[in-house]
Design a protein around this ligand. Structure first.
Ligand code: SAM
Length: 490
């Protein structure tokens, strides 16, 4: 028996919808929530990750890079997690990016991105070309998003803090793939969160559905002709799922529901729960906690037909390459000085300097200055200067009086072969490093990449025989493993 219990009105509605199947559905709440570890394939394979974590490889059938985590195994506070080798995720959530069909070179927009589970998945699919813009309107959630993306160490990520409406106005038709992992009534969280069960009210479904209708209409404007929009929720209510998609198709010509490749455990969406809706609603996917190892999810893949002109910008707002150095609204302060500091740092600390035509990974990109910070902007990224950018590319670091301080993001995107100095931590040193403790240094001085195995954990600075610890204070290990996992749980 769950304590606190499932909300009565939720149980009544699910009994009404599911009929004879409801008992099996409700019985699933007597089992623990499922979790998986998705490998950061730019750094490690799923097989090697399972070996590293000491768990059996039990692949998630709909995502070959992820493995189920056995109950009770806590891996959120490990050095492997801090090194960005994996993301802990509800297995059902993995179906969303798999449906998005991201290919290298794509320009992708993740509209509701925090804390970043799906953005990191998209970044892995991009590999070394293309870009994903992770957008999050709630400024209180941006830091967790940035922390998770830093950990991932992809060069192909930018972070914006915009409303969907403004993005749609400024960047119409600009993306090959758009994901709206919509804010919803969260019924799929009931097994893992007592708070979700307590806070739920029937009115949340209505409120969420209204907001989703608005967001979905705006999201559609951002997709190029021939592009794909994936709409997903972690709730069961038909108003937020099949009926939402039916209303969208009814109001937007030139769109069709696309098939999602079928995987064991998937169930078709329910046209019968959306009176008057098209039979194609069966192409959407439902993930049910009693029919697979995962929580409740809904995924719809919408295709924008090719041939139509991209929706025009509204006259005032033209998409395009404005001066990215104005991104975020801040005027550059002596951009030449910041670039000179960056170049002095990279000449001293890196074996290869990221430049417009080559990054340490060989991808094309250009360095840009915003305020006192330097970024590496993937060439695929359109950066209108008047949007709120938290990061218009990978943060390289910041110019301080007399020196350049490299960013944690740069360390995590580096490899031992792209730096001049590297300190490989000995067994037992990693936990001290993640607590922020200094180590003894060798004779060579300066910025040093600290690694566990060959995987970066951050920067240290060797001065006078001491390796000063520059692991970000906000990430240092003082929380419990479960807190770490909570931060990356979606
Ligand atoms: N995609 C995320 C992941 O995989 O880690 C989870 C996203 S969560 C389901 C929904 C997100 O929508 C939240 O981060 C929330 O802040 C955001 N959100 C809430 N209201 C919004 C709105 N009006 N417009 C855009 N995003 C909104």
């Amino acid at each position: 028996m769950l304590d606190p219990p499932l909300p009565d009105q939720f149980v009544e509605r699910m009994r009404r919808l599911l009929g004879a199947e409801a008992d099996a559905f409700l019985a699933s709440y007597g089992r623990p929530a499922e979790r998986s570890a998705r490998a950061n394939t730019g750094k490690v394979s799923a097989r090697d990750l399972a070996a590293l974590l000491g768990v059996d490889l039990e692949p998630v059938p709909w995502c070959e890079d992820a493995s189920f985590l056995p109950e009770g195994v806590r891996v959120g506070a490990t050095a492997a997690h801090a090194a960005g080798l994996f993301y802990i995720q509800d297995p059902s959530a993995l179906a969303v990016v798999e449906a998005l069909d991201v290919r290298p070179g794509h320009r992708v927009l993740d509209l509701a991105a925090a804390p970043g589970g799906k953005t990191t998945h998209i970044a892995s699919k991009l590999g070394t070309s293309g870009v994903v813009v992770a957008n999050e309107v709630d400024s209180g959630r941006l830091q967790a998003l940035a922390d998770n993306l830093d950990r991932w160490g992809s060069w192909r990520v930018a972070i914006a803090g915009e409303t969907v409406e403004r993005l749609a106005r400024r960047l119409p038709g600009a993306f090959d793939r758009v994901l709206l992992d919509a804010p919803c009534s969260g019924e799929g969280l009931f097994r893992r969160s007592g708070a979700a069960r307590v806070q739920w009210q029937p009115g949340h479904v209505r409120g969420s559905a209204e907001r989703q209708r608005e967001l979905l209409g705006q999201a559609a404007r951002l997709v190029r002709p021939g592009g794909v929009l994936v709409y997903s929720t972690c709730t069961f209510a038909p108003e937020e799922n099949e009926r939402q998609v039916a209303a969208f198709l009814g109001a937007h010509g030139g769109w069709e529901l696309l098939e999602i490749p079928w995987r064991p455990g998937f169930s078709p969406g329910r046209p019968d729960w959306s009176p008057g809706g098209p039979a194609e609603l069966a192409r959407t996917v439902r993930l049910w906690p009693h029919l697979l190892r995962g929580e409740g999810h809904f995924v719809a893949k919408l295709g924008r037909r090719d041939g139509g002109a991209a929706p025009g910008p509204d006259g005032r707002d033209r998409p395009g390459r404005r001066d990215p150095s104005r991104a975020g609204g801040r005027r550059p302060r002596q951009p030449g000085g910041v670039l000179a500091a960056w170049e002095a740092f990279s000449a001293d600390a890196l074996t290869r300097r990221p430049a417009p035509s080559s990054t340490p990974t060989g991808a094309r990109a250009g360095a840009r200055v915003v305020g006192d910070r330097a970024y590496l902007v993937p060439h695929e990224l359109i950066v209108p200067g008047d949007l709120r950018w938290l990061r218009p590319g990978l943060l390289l670091g910041r110019s301080r009086p007399g020196r350049f301080e490299p960013a944690h993001a740069l360390a995590m995107a580096s490899t031992p072969s792209t730096v001049r100095r590297r300190r490989r931590l000995a067994t037992g040193e990693a936990s001290a490093w993640l607590r922020g403790e200094p180590l003894q240094a060798g004779p060579s001085e300066g910025w040093t990449l600290v690694t566990t195995g060959d995987w970066p954990l951050g920067w240290g600075r060797a001065v006078g025989g001491i390796l000063k610890n520059h692991y970000p204070k906000g990430l240092r290990a003082h929380g419990s493993p479960s807190e770490e996992e909570r931060r990356s749980g979606s």
